[in-house]
Design a binder for this molecule. Sequence first.
Ligand code: SAM
Length: 269
Amino acid sequence: MSMLEILGYCSESGVLAEPVKMELRSWFGNALSPSSMQGMALQKPHGYAGDFEIIDRIYLRYVSSNTELANWDHFYHRQPAPRAVRNRKTYFHELLDSHSARRNPLSVLNIASGPGRCMFEWLSAHTEAPISIDCVELDATAIDYARNLNRPFLDRITFEQKNALRYKPSRTYDLIWAAGIFDYFNDEIFCLMIKRLLPALANGGELVIGNFSNLNPSRAYMELIGEWVLHHRSSDQLSALAAEAGVLPENISVGQEPEGVNLFLHIRS
Ligand SMILES: C[S@@+](CC[C@H](N)C(=O)[O-])C[C@H]1O[C@@H](n2cnc3c(N)ncnc32)[C@H](O)[C@@H]1O
């Protein structure tokens, strides 16, 4: 077990006082400047954890041009959590592949669409795909960024600036995808959101919700160094929450990406 993990356990059990955490971070010096990946995570230039910009830097394996920070960025990208974030992009692409093989045209609702990199890459590889993707995103800057990135595909993508917590879809979808959002919700809101989204699933449709696993080996690094706190959940907890929202057991399954860090709750209509 690494020193960071030991400190992580201490932190979780409440025996690590805030000044100690601050002292720990101060040891990093310039390595926690916002020009580094881990510093950006901590400084939160957009005001919240997991903003579109850091997520896109994870996707693109951003490395600072400052040689003093470059190795820290390489270190960051080697961690299981950023690897899992990159893998979830592939997970989404595979979902689009399998659903579009069955539905023509395919309708998708993308909740908390962030940088829009996932859509951009899939559409770049499937330029003629008969698909429509409606995005709901709270951050107007994220929407501008994603809209600009996806300029060639705006005939098939719409963006709505809305708080997902207050959003009620006005139509049905073959696939509803929500990654990097439900693990910011407590159990009560998690369930409520499932209940709200279920009626928006088309016949044979699927709701897929990403959530970081309770076995995330990067948790201490994320929480202590980056103050990036999520509701980590096990596969059983995710299934139980779906059941609590009224989904029949036979319509629930849980998948994962190759790191086993990002779990995906699948709910079929
Ligand atoms: C971790 S990113 C995930 C982005 C994208 N789903 C992905 O996986 O690439 C989280 C995104 O959720 C958005 N977000 C956070 N809370 C939200 C809410 N209540 N409603 C809508 N979007 C929200 C943030 O603005 C951010 O762009």
